[in-house]
Design a protein around this ligand. Structure first.
Ligand code: ADP
Ligand code: ZN
Length: 599
């Protein structure tokens, strides 16, 4: 593997492989097909880029998003790798230039799936006999997966069309059924499936029920000034509202959603990629293909659609391996909305699968044990308590709630299982609303038996009963609560129920941030911000995202080590020869001009 190691160092400027990279590179260079399932940020790109550089024939990379293609191509070119890309975002003339690059020996050609599968392109490629086809975001080929794309389906013709080429799929999200389906489609099962741990230990996981999203969000953002992050919202309208609110609070927040024009979205995305400390407030229209490595937090103000979606969305934080934080706020009404979405899509089997995915997410939200254990268990990975989630850092207080639940379940049953949480809670809290009086619900034996708990606490309690399967929410009946079999057993005294107290107000024990090797001394902070400004200028001039010039981790190391010669500079992780030549002197100058470090 000397050659691969050499390329890692000489071309990409990295000193060591990350877990899993070397194994995949070895398999690919020895001509094996494979599907690699690796978490976001694990460093998938290098796994195929290094074999591509080593090969003497072309490697085709299929990627679903033009923005992602452009960034990858820019990053490779900055490292001095010959690469071409052809897609609909380029003019005819530009695409002709790109094809010339292929003809004159580019190592990689990036294509969108629909471009690749045109007869014209296939014929042209047949003449070139590509060494390898790489399918990025490979889960898009499977209907079992979380985001099937019809234009990926055609890719299953590849093994028949190019029997002499290696085929490799990469994805960050695929459960077992999906993995097998992808392997069958991409290479008829003739290849390896390599699953690399889903754990992202640098992500702190926090989940809370939504009470006052504004103060919860501001509390979360408090210690994050100067950092880039994403706030996810469900609707376009809410996205705009949140962005406006954050700007009023003095944050550099910009909205992003499908209601904006393509140009506006591009401008906003470019700002997020190149400026420092932007809060992107976005619907899930934003994210796929965002490979900014230094996103420091992800905050969900609404419930994601599934465990997979949640995992993928939080996974956009901390790709550089440095610590990052996530917060998910969930509520009963979000859950109802999600159920409604599912009710309107696909066939029966699809709906059942999606409901199951959502159930898993709800159970995760209500889990009393380590979040990471719950999350990883969903992806069939066993693990122990992580010490970096809300439940590990301040374990919830568990209280017996059997009697309290029985009062609630009885109220639901007595009123014909027709009403939503709001009305039922009014009954147990003894509130004489018009709705209560009209239906004479004040005469129920359970009326007012749960006065001591405020409405918000009742809502949390109900949600925990739903998540634990004692109650279900009937979407067809406008969110009416119904007793499940378990719920009837609980009411009959044949089961018990424990709940987590006050998860809303549970004090976050402020723990000292893990002292990472990346910590920056105060003296280096001002130099670091100067280096970032310099980087921004260089990136703008080249029309590439800032991290393509240097990732944050490289700048941090630079600010700490303060190299004084090109030779010193070359020892910093992330600076290959091409970048050393292009940017080294400029950065050396900036470091030399900076105020000297006080010892
Ligand atoms: P993925 O596609 O798996 O989400 P990327 O390929 O975008 O991840 O890599 C994430 C980040 O890690 C990138 O900035 C990449 O340059 C960096 N990286 C990859 N491999 C290494 C390595 N061996 N050493 C240091 N950094 C690496
Ligand atoms: Zn934990």
């Amino acid at each position: 593997m000397k050659a691969a190691q050499q390329i890692l160092h000489d071309v990409f400027g990295y000193s060591a492989f990350r877990p899993g990279q070397e194994e995949i590179i070895t398999l690919l260079t020895s001509g094996k097909n494979l599907l690699a399932v690796m978490p976001t940020g694990a460093g998938k790109s290098i796994c195929y880029q290094i074999p591509a550089v080593m090969a003497d024939r072309l490697t085709i990379v299929v990627s679903p998003l033009l923005a992602l293609i452009d960034d990858q191509v820019a990053a490779l070119r900055t490292n001095g790798v010959e690469v071409a890309c052809i897609h609909s975002g380029l003019s005819r003339e530009q695409n002709i230039v790109e094809w010339q690059r292929v003809k004159s020996g580019a190592k990689l050609l990036y294509l969108s799936p629909e471009r690749l599968m045109t007869e014209r392109m296939l014929t042209a490629l047949a003449g070139l006999q590509p060494a390898m086809f790489v399918v990025d975001e490979a889960h898009c080929i499977s209907k079992w997966g979380a985001s099937f794309r019809p234009d990926y389906e055609n890719l299953s013709r590849l093994p028949d069309l190019f029997p002499g080429s290696v085929i490799a799929g990469f994805t960050a999200t695929a459960d077992k059924a999906t993995r097998n389906d992808i392997a069958a489609k991409l290479f008829r099962g003739r290849g390896r499936i390599i699953v690399h741990g889903f754990d992202r230990p640098n992500l702190r996981l926090t989940v809370a029920s939504k009470a006052n999203w504004k103060s919860q969000m501001i509390g979360f953002l408090e210690d994050k000034t100067g950092q880039a992050g994403i706030v996810y919202c469900l609707s376009r309208k809410f996205t705009d509202e949140v962005a406006i609110y954050l700007r009023e609070q003095g944050l550099n927040a910009i909205p992003y959603h499908a209601g904006q024009s393509a140009e506006q979205r591009k401008i906003n995305q470019d700002r997020f990629m190149s400026e420092d400390a932007v809060v992107m407030v976005a619907t899930i229209a934003f994210g796929m293909g965002i490979d900014k490595p230094d996103i420091r937090y992800v905050c969900h103000l609404n419930l994601p659609g599934s465990m997979e979606a949640y995992y993928q969305e939080i996974g956009r934080a901390g790709r550089d391996g440095a610590s990052a934080e996530t917060l998910l706020l969930h509520s009963l009404s979000d859950m109802g909305l999600r159920r409604q979405f599912i009710a309107n899509e696909g066939d029966e089997a699809h709906r059942r699968r999606e409901h199951h995915r959502l159930d898993a997410l709800l159970a995760y939200c209500e889990a009393g044990e380590c979040r990471r254990v719950t999350l990883l268990a969903y992806f069939d990975e066993a693990s122990g308590p992580c010490g970096n989630c809300d439940n590990c850092l301040s374990p919830p207080i568990v209280v017996d709630g059997t009697a309290r639940a029985q009062a609630l379940l009885s109220s639901i049953q007595q009123t014909g299982q027709l009403f939503g949480a709001g009305h039922v809670i009014d009954i147990v809290r003894g509130v004489e609303t018009q709705k209560v009086l009209e239906r004479r619900h004040q005469n129920l034996a359970t009326f007012g038996t749960g006065k001591q708990w405020p409405k918000e606490e009742w809502l949390i309690f109900v949600r925990q009963l739903v998540a634990a399967g004692f109650l279900s929410v009937n979407i067809q009946k406008y969110g009416g609560l119904e007793l499940s079999e378990r719920g009837r057993a609980l009411l009959a005294g044949e089961a018990s129920f424990s709940y987590r107290e006050g998860s809303k107000t549970r004090p976050e024990r402020k723990v000292a941030k893990k002292k990472s090797e990346q910590a920056v001394r105060p003296n280096d902070v001002s130099l670091l911000s100067q280096l970032k400004i310099l980087r921004l200028g260089l990136a703008r001039a080249r029309n590439v995202p800032a991290y393509v010039v240097f990732p944050d981790s490289t700048l941090i190391e630079m600010a700490r080590a303060r190299p004084t010669t090109i030779d010193d500079m070359s020892g910093i992780n992330g600076i290959g020869p091409k970048k050393l030549k292009e940017f080294g002197p400029t950065f050396l100058l900036a470091i030399a001009e900076a105020v000297p470090m006080a010892e």
